[in-house]
Write a protein that binds this ligand. Structure first.
Ligand code: IPM
Ligand code: MG
Length: 403
């Protein structure tokens, strides 16, 4: 029965295995991280994306242009706008990232990217892969790093989401074996797990964080998550000063909203899909997905973005100018840190905290009763430029501690 279908499925599976084994060989050739300080000029690509993307990317662009003005003038940094990563163009070309756009992206060292619409067959769009997923794979951006901080709740979380494997690696290569049987694949490799888990521990060590939490569903998804968890436990032994604990994803989602427990978590590391879900939940606690930025880091390339989508509803309702640009501003902080522009990164982070968590003089609501993203960005730029920014920031912090 179904011999033909099963044979076709076997062939499909064989080609998947070959490609994944090839990927493992490439991962084994560890090239080491690029050193931005050695470059004559750092090229930062700016991609608007879809929906609210171009609106909020424009605001982040203004901020980067301001904070990097001296370096741009001296020819040390270039901000380069990259057009064409739009859903219309992607559908017209039937490519997740059109070839010419990919070639332009490759010429940059880092990219700041607005959200791109992910085609979903159920809405009548063609079955093209997500531009995000495609970009993460093309540039081997294995670490998706997502900070969530709520000073008032004493929350300071750093999520390390594996970014190239799990259910995402073959998300567009699942199989309808028969009209009744659909199969997707989940991929976990030794090399892929080691590099993200090590990145989490190294981050903890470098920043004096005392705890790394591993999140899986290894009790049920035994082979792939089981591998991830056992590798994590091995690596943890190399970091005796850091406590390592592990949680299953279901109870972890509950603990993030448990006030008696949540502020104890520090650095968390997990396979791709769990990281996708958990970081949206975490961002909601911080004030919504619109407030959360994200870094996608590989050894040779990095991409910085929001954690949310392109919000087509906001655009359809004429509210795009009220979309919160904080996610891409936070992503800009991470970008500046990544290329070693640390002082400006720190100032921007302080300004963002003052404007969004402490002083909150200009409020965004996502609607016309709140500020536009341009007005909010003006507020951030004004705050960044304050000569007494650091003192003000300290005042806010100490006021919080005496509350
Ligand atoms: C994210 C997004 C993406 C993901 C989508 C747009 C493909 O939700 O960056 O978290 O699922 O990774
Ligand atoms: Mg997501």
């Amino acid at each position: 029965m179904y011999k033909q279908e099963i044979d076709a499925a076997k062939q499909h599976f064989a080609s998947i295995l070959e490609a994944q084994l090839g990927r493992i060989e490439r991962m084994k050739q560890d090239e080491g991280f690029i050193d931005y300080q050695n470059l004559d000029k750092i090229i930062i690509g700016i991609v608007g994306g879809d929906g609210i993307g171009p609106y909020i990317a424009n605001q982040a662009h203004r901020i980067l242009a301001e904070l990097l003005a001296d370096k741009i003038k001296a020819g040390k940094v270039e901000l380069r706008t990259i057009e064409g990563l739009t859903i219309e163009n992607r559908i017209a070309r039937m490519q997740a990232i059109p070839d010419d756009v990919l070639a332009e992206l490759r010429q940059c060292h880092v990219v700041l990217k607005g959200p791109t619409t992910t085609p979903d067959q159920s809405t009548g769009m063609p079955n093209i892969e997500s531009a995000n997923v495609s970009m993460r794979r093309e540039f081997d951006l294995f670490a998706n790093i997502r900070p969530v901080r709520v000073a008032e709740l004493n929350i300071d979380w750093m999520f390390f989401r594996e970014n190239t494997e799990g259910e995402y690696a073959l998300g567009s290569l699942g199989l309808n074996v028969t009209p009744d049987l659909a199969v997707d694949f989940k991929v976990t490799t030794t090399q892929g797990s080691r590099r993200i888990i090590r990145a989490a521990f190294e981050y903890a060590k470098l920043h004096g964080r005392k705890r790394v939490t591993i999140v899986t569903k290894a009790n049920v998804v035994k082979t792939t998550d089981g591998k991830f968890l056992s590798i994590a436990k091995e690596i943890a032994k190399e970091y005796p000063d850091i406590t390592c604990d592990d949680w299953y994803i279901d109870i972890m989602t509950a603990k993030l909203i448990d006030p008696s427990r949540r502020s104890e978590f520090e650095v968390m590391v997990m396979p791709n899909l769990y990281g996708d879900i958990l970081t949206d939940e975490a961002a909601q606690i911080q004030g919504g997905v619109g407030t959360a930025g994200s870094a996608n880091i590989g050894t040779q390339y990095a991409m910085f973005e929001a954690i949310h989508g392109s919000a087509p509803r906001m655009v359809a309702e004429g509210r795009a100018v009220y979309a919160d640009p904080s996610s891409l501003i936070k992503a800009s902080v991470m970008l500046l840190e990544h290329i070693g522009v640390n002082l400006e990164a720190e100032r921007l982070q302080m300004a963002l905290d003052i404007c969004s968590q402490f002083e909150c003089r200009v409020k965004l609501t996502g609607r016309s009763d709140g500020a536009t993203n341009e007005a909010y960005t003006d507020y951030i730029l004004e705050t960044v430029a304050l000569p007494d920014l650091r003192e003000r920031y300290q005042q806010f912090l100490s006021r919080l501690q005496t509350k």
